[in-house]
Design a protein around this ligand. Structure first.
Ligand SMILES: Nc1ncnc2c1ncn2[C@@H]1O[C@H](COP(=O)(O)OP(=O)(O)OP(=O)(O)O)[C@@H](O)[C@H]1O
Ligand SMILES: [Mg+2]
Length: 491
């Protein structure tokens, strides 16, 4: 148990430090099975190894040794039986280990469906997809069962095969012993002793054979956990030297693709941000807005180009340094189970009540938090599901504002807010002292007062102020006019 406790600890630690790219590759449910089911199976394996496996060889070889002392000729039967048994046991083990690995993968895939259908149950019901979901699970469950049946058939051969070998050996032993007693070479007692050594071996090997089935499962799980532990943290490319262009943040010819083979999402993006500027990022859905701010936060590494903060290549900053400087509100913010206060304390551990109220106030969250019975000590359920979408967004903004950072990134943080609340929030944020604020939005209304606006289109960036883009950029004009006409928003 102590071993598995340490193993879990290491695996958990590893997961915390995986890069986002590695995280995407391993998948959430895959990582969860490694920490739960796989660990149980390893614990079982280690436990049985310590209790049974280490004892068996002593009994088997001890009994063989004693049999030789009784009568070397009859004990020759043991010499034939033991290697044969070992071949059978290890042969079956070799065949079943890879199959058990496949079984674990099938378990992971069934788990993924289960997880998705439970977390997404509202959507699935709203779309009447229950039946399809049941069928999909049926298919995966069927695959799993077939794999288990096939492997089970091979494992099931183990007992009959070992019993057959041992019982044949016993028969030969008694026949041989009887002849030697007849010839007056050994006593009847010696045959009884030899037979009892043989049964000891039998009992031990049957136990061992059953153990092997558990052990092969356990090995498969151990392999998966070992793969996770062997994953090296993604190496950052070698940093470029410092450069002093006077800009606070500089994107220098940055390109990015999610997979090395894929079409780049962002192509040759270059821009600079002076200290104290507010930057708006706009573009159609999927145009790479979130990707752009993720790069700045160091969540992914650009495939080409450099990003500098105060003249320092961010590749030369440690994750802690970056995390310390940047306050980030994700597009889909995660609220954790706890209280409003504990969620905000993620931004700053020693945040006092004053800090928290100030941040909630700026994020326009104070009213609804105060309306709750326990104020800032109100309970937040898992995923913040006892709050509305817009309330969750405001809690996430407050969490970022509590943090002492000098760069603030709001990735579509007001998409669920009404225009009035959105504008109040932007006003309050503008009054705060940040060296740079990035606002990602779909609405031109939310970014028109920014010092610079980056319009993303087909991976390329057009940069300018609201007035400049309105005059020179057809796409921006289209976006703005469509919203202006529909929403009747003041320019
Ligand atoms: N983890 C990922 N793996 C692979 N491709 C991704 C990943 N995340 C995003 N993409 C792709 O990158 C592109 C840009 O995504 P991004 O999230 O940056 O868009 P966005 O501009 O923020 O859109 P939205 O306005 O909908 O938030 C999309 O086409 C998307 O398919
Ligand atoms: Mg986005």
């Amino acid at each position: 148990m102590t071993f598995v406790k340490k193993l879990k600890h290491e695996a958990y630690k590893k997961i915390q430090y995986l890069s986002f790219a590695q995280h995407n590759k391993a998948g959430t449910s895959g990582l969860i099975t490694r920490l739960t089911g796989d660990m149980d199976s390893i614990q079982n394996g280690v436990n049985l190894t310590l209790r049974l496996l280490l004892r068996s060889p002593f009994v088997v070889f001890g009994a063989c040794f004693m049999a030789f002392r009784v009568d070397p000729v009859s004990a020759g039967v043991f010499i034939g039986a033991v290697p044969l048994l070992s071949i059978v046991i290890f042969g079956i083990m070799l065949i079943t280990i890879p199959r058990n690995r496949k079984i674990r993968e099938a378990v992971g895939s069934a788990l993924l469906t289960t997880r998705e259908s439970i977390t997404g149950s509202r959507v699935l019901r709203a779309f009447g997809r229950e039946q399809a979901q049941v069928e999909e699970f049926g298919v995966k469950n069927g695959v799993l069962t077939r794999l288990q049946e096939r492997t089970g058939r091979i494992s099931a051969l183990l007992n009959p095969l070992t019993c057959m070998i041992v019982n044949t050996a016993v028969a030969v032993l008694i026949w041989l012993g009887a002849k030697r007693v007849d010839a007056g070479i050994i006593s009847c007692g010696a045959v009884v002793a030899l037979y009892s050594y043989m049964s000891q071996i039998l009992v031990e090997l049957v136990k061992l054979a059953n153990l092997i089935i558990t052990l092969t499962k356990s090995f498969a799980c151990a392999g998966r956990v070992a793969d996770l532990l062997d994953t090296q943290p993604e190496e950052k490319p070698a940093p470029a030297g410092d450069r002093d262009t006077g800009a606070f943040i500089e994107f220098d010819n940055v390109s990015f693709a999610y997979s090395s083979a894929g079409e780049p999402m962002l192509k040759n993006i270059s821009f600079t941000v002076r200290k104290g500027e507010k930057i708006g990022i706009i573009g159609a859905t999927g145009s790479g807005k979130s990707t752009l701010v993720d790069l700045l936060a160091g969540f992914y590494n650009p495939v080409e180009g450099r990003i500098y903060i105060e003249g320092r290549d961010i590749f030369s900053c440690t994750d802690e340094e970056l995390a310390h400087r940047i306050a980030f509100v994700e597009q889909k913010p995660a609220i954790f189970k706890g209280t409003v206060k504990s969620n905000l304390a993620l931004g700053k551990e020693d945040a006092g009540e004053e800090d928290i109220r100030a941040a909630l106030g700026a994020a326009q969250a104070l009213d609804f938090v105060n309306e709750k019975e326990n104020g800032i000590n109100s309970v937040t359920e898992q995923g913040g599901r006892n709050f509305s979408g817009g309330q969750r967004q405001r809690l996430a903004v407050a969490r970022a504002l509590v943090k002492d950072a000098d760069i603030l990134i709001l990735d579509d943080a007001s998409s669920a807010l009404d225009y009035l609340t959105d504008s109040e929030m932007r006003k309050a944020v503008s009054a705060l002292d940040y060296s740079a604020v990035f606002i990602v939005s779909q609405r031109t209304g939310s970014i028109l007062d920014c010092d610079k606006i980056i319009l993303l289109e087909d991976g390329r960036a057009s940069i300018g102020t609201h007035a400049e883009l309105l005059e020179n950029n057809e796409e921006y004009r289209q976006i703005h006019l469509s919203q202006f006409e529909e929403e009747g928003e003041a320019v």
